[in-house]
Ligand binder design. Structure first.
Ligand code: NDP
Length: 408
């Protein structure tokens, strides 16, 4: 019997809880807590209709550690799955330490007053988790998450070393809105307006980050099931863990596609100061412009019904072939249909591609397939059982050899 407590009630949580409910043998008892209980209840009602399973719901502010500790004592879960926002990572990890319960999330910690997402805050918990005999699994979404597992699978089965890595994230979906983000608007806009960074290392040197202005470097790539799209160089958190766990990497980059309409709106919003994260005075009160903007933008979980098209996310890796045949390049990716994701869970594809790996990571931990004491990234785990579950639970992948390294 495995009791799980999921925190957060957005699109990602909704998909994850639906997928957990489909696997009643592993997730025997599912509890869902978030800041707004009515959102938990709406997810529970959807799960009851689609899967026939009962979910218990609670209201919690996950930043209130004593309240969360009480809730964990009450529910006694084997695992806490954090699908709230990156700001809540550390308080939820604190509550897990105090109660001796395993922890999983999909996005690394970010302080509210600085758009800077890095692993060091969470890696600093390693010894405390180890001493408590519990495991934290960081970044079990798609990117980070599946992209890290894809890379490690290639490094296990196809390539002895990886010299160059490009992660390509394309959301080819059309939601019919002039401007909307496909996951939490505040987190999404902080991410895309941050300077781009990629990893470079010359042989024999230590390597480091190369910074370029946000949304300035782009390339056109023809994505299967989507078509040609402009992909922009960005910083993304798995670059930090991949460059740590693949020491031979000479270059690692992350690219995300954006349509011209998205760029146009974002540029205007930036120019007028609406994406700022410094508090300003408005009618005698302090507000943060980006939080106000997020409040008026469409909620990602409401876009499911109108979104059509596919996502196509994958990695292209070049390195020395495992079979000794010289340098080889492989492309491994998943294509996910927004319509199919909506039909199955009532959520669009971006929530689906994140919620499914969160469920799989949870299953890996609860079943003991992935285990450890301390704080771990996806790269440190055996990719094979996770890859198998991707194929079985809605995110099938495909691998092919390319003629040579990417030309961009
Ligand atoms: P949403 O904004 O839709 O949902 C976040 C949920 O967290 C909301 O229900 C919100 O409550 C709740 N929440 C916020 N603050 C607190 C708090 N203090 N205590 C309790 N609950 C709180 O986000 P998404 O579902 O789109 O994304 C969820 C997570 O997944 C994010 O961390 C995001 O960065 C990550 N993500 C990861 C991806 C990956 O591939 N690795 C891709 C996409 C997202 P309320 O309803 O009251 O606002």
């Amino acid at each position: 019997m495995s009791t799980v407590l999921v925190i957060g009630a957005g699109g990602v949580s909704s998909v994850c809880v639906h997928k957990m409910a489909q696997l009643g043998d592993i997730f025997t008892d599912i509890h869902l807590a978030s800041r707004t209980k009515s959102k938990c209840d709406a997810i529970a009602a959807g799960v009851k209709t689609r899967e026939g399973a009962d979910i218990n719901t609670y209201e919690i502010d996950a930043e209130e550690v004593p309240a969360l500790v009480n809730l964990i004592h009450q529910i006694k879960p084997s695992l806490v799955v954090n699908l709230a926002l990156p700001y809540q990572d550390l308080p939820i990890m604190d509550a897990c330490l105090e109660t001796g319960v395993h922890y999983l999330d999909t996005a690394n910690y970010e302080p509210k007053d600085e758009a800077k997402f890095e692993y060091h805050w969470q890696w600093a918990y390693h010894n405390r988790f180890k001493e408590a005999g519990i495991m934290a699994l960081l970044g079990s979404g798609f990117d980070p998450g599946v992209t890290s597992v894809f890379t490690m699978w290639l490094r296990k089965h196809k390539l002895k070393t990886i010299r160059q890595l490009d992660i390509l994230d394309c959301n080819g979906g059309d939601h019919g809105q002039a401007f909307a983000t496909n996951f939490n608007p505040e987190i999404n806009i902080r991410e895309v307006t941050a300077p781009a960074r990629h990893w470079e290392k010359k042989p024999g040197e230590n390597g480091g980050w190369v910074e370029t202005p946000a949304m300035q470097v782009k390339t056109e790539f023809d994505f299967e099931a989507v078509g040609p799209r402009n992909a922009y160089l960005m910083y993304h958190e798995e670059l930090e863990s991949l460059s740590k766990f693949i020491p031979e990497l000479e270059r690692a980059r992350f690219w995300m596609t954006f349509g011209d309409e998205y760029i146009k709106h974002l540029t205007v919003l930036q120019n007028v100061g609406m994406t700022g994260i410094e508090p300003i005075k408005y009618q005698g009160k302090e507000i943060i412009p980006l939080q106000f903007l997020a409040a008026v933008l469409p909620k990602p979980e409401t876009l499911g019904e109108s979104t059509t098209g596919n996502t196509n996310i994958g990695v292209i890796a070049t390195g020395e072939a495992l079979d000794g045949s010289g340098e080889k390049t492989f492309y491994i990716n998943n294509i996910c249909s927004h319509e199919a994701a909506y039909e199955e869970t009532g959520n669009q594809g971006v929530s689906y591609t994140t919620g499914v790996p969160a469920m799989i990571g949870s299953a890996m931990m609860l079943g003991g397939t992935w285990s450890g004491e301390g704080v771990f990234n996806m790269e440190q785990m055996n990719p094979d059982p996770f890859m198998e579950m991707l194929n079985l639970h809605g995110l099938p992948w495909n691998v092919k050899e390319l003629d040579g390294p990417v030309g961009f």
